[in-house]
Design a protein around this ligand. Structure first.
Ligand code: HEM
Length: 243
């Protein structure tokens, strides 16, 4: 197993154990919750994710992050999917808008599941299944997803701002943010391995590298900010591991 797969596998294990928090309680979840009520639910979600992935592999990263951003705010209750007429929902908050992606995949999966078994499978479970399928498609590792979550009907942008860790956070702030969700520093580091895949706006990390024109990290004197930014972007998008 290469380093990439080891990292993805570790993230999968922690995601499987911790990011399954339903809104109310973790105890009621069970693997195969829909075995009798909607036996093809997980297959239909898998198909929707695979279709989207074949069209744009980047969507897998979006779906992994969607699960994280759902679970960290009010538990895993699909509150991140809710829209509001006046831009006051979680998805309108700065950490989600405009960077969070993959909503249309969840919509497609939900439509397929509804056609097969109306009003049976929660969106929160679909988000959790889709994250697992994304991990599987990008890292070839898999895990079983206990299901039976209930969807919430409240979504407040301030909750997203209060609960999601910011890219400007210090290490201590990050540890505190995860401790707030009963996650250890080690689990935080493992989960952060999810950044093995995906993209980021340069504004989220450039100040970690440059203080105006002064490099914060050691680089060859001849390397321009633009080159470093380009290399990092390539690295973050998985196109290259250079740098
Ligand atoms: C430790 C605290 C974390 C911070 C501060 C953080 C911050 C960020 C930021 C700023 C981005 C870039 C967004 C953009 O500009 O488009 C990002 C992307 C991403 N994050 Fe995190 N993140 C954290 C933890 C996590 C966790 C726990 C997961 C999942 C287990 C995760 C999964 C991802 C993924 C997959 C992407 C790429 C999304 C895409 O390509 O659409 N992150 N994160």
């Amino acid at each position: 197993m290469d380093h990439h797969r080891v990292r993805v596998a570790a993230v999968a294990v922690v995601l499987a154990v911790w990011l399954q928090l339903p809104a109310a309680s973790r105890g009621q979840l069970q693997v195969g919750f829909y075995n009798t009520s909607c036996p093809n639910a997980e297959t239909l979600v898998r198909q929707a994710v695979t279709n989207a992935f074949n069209n744009d592999s980047g969507v897998a990263a979006g779906l992994i992050r969607l699960h994280f951003h759902d679970c960290f705010v009010r538990g895993c209750d699909a509150s991140v999917l809710l829209t509001s007429a006046n831009g006051t929902a979680e998805r309108d908050a700065a950490p989600n808008n405009p960077s969070l992606r993959g909503f249309q995949v969840i919509d497609a999966a939900k439509a397929a599941v509804e056609q097969s078994c109306p009003r049976t499978v929660s969106c929160a479970d679909i988000v959790a299944f889709a994250a697992r399928d994304s991990i599987n498609l990008t890292g070839s590792v898999s895990y079983q997803v206990p299901s039976g979550r209930r969807d919430g009907n409240t979504s407040i942008n301030q909750d997203a701002l209060n609960n999601l860790p910011q890219p400007t956070f210090t290490a201590a702030q990050l540890v505190a943010s995860f401790a707030n969700k009963s996650l250890t520093a080690e689990e935080m580091v493992i989960l952060s391995g999810a950044h093995t895949v995906g993209r980021s706006f340069c504004s989220s990390f450039l100040t970690r590298i440059w203080n105006n024109t002064t490099p914060i990290v050691r680089t060859p004197a001849t390397t321009s900010p633009l080159t470093i930014s380009r290399r990092l972007t390539l690295s973050l998008t998985g196109i290259s591991t250079e740098y």
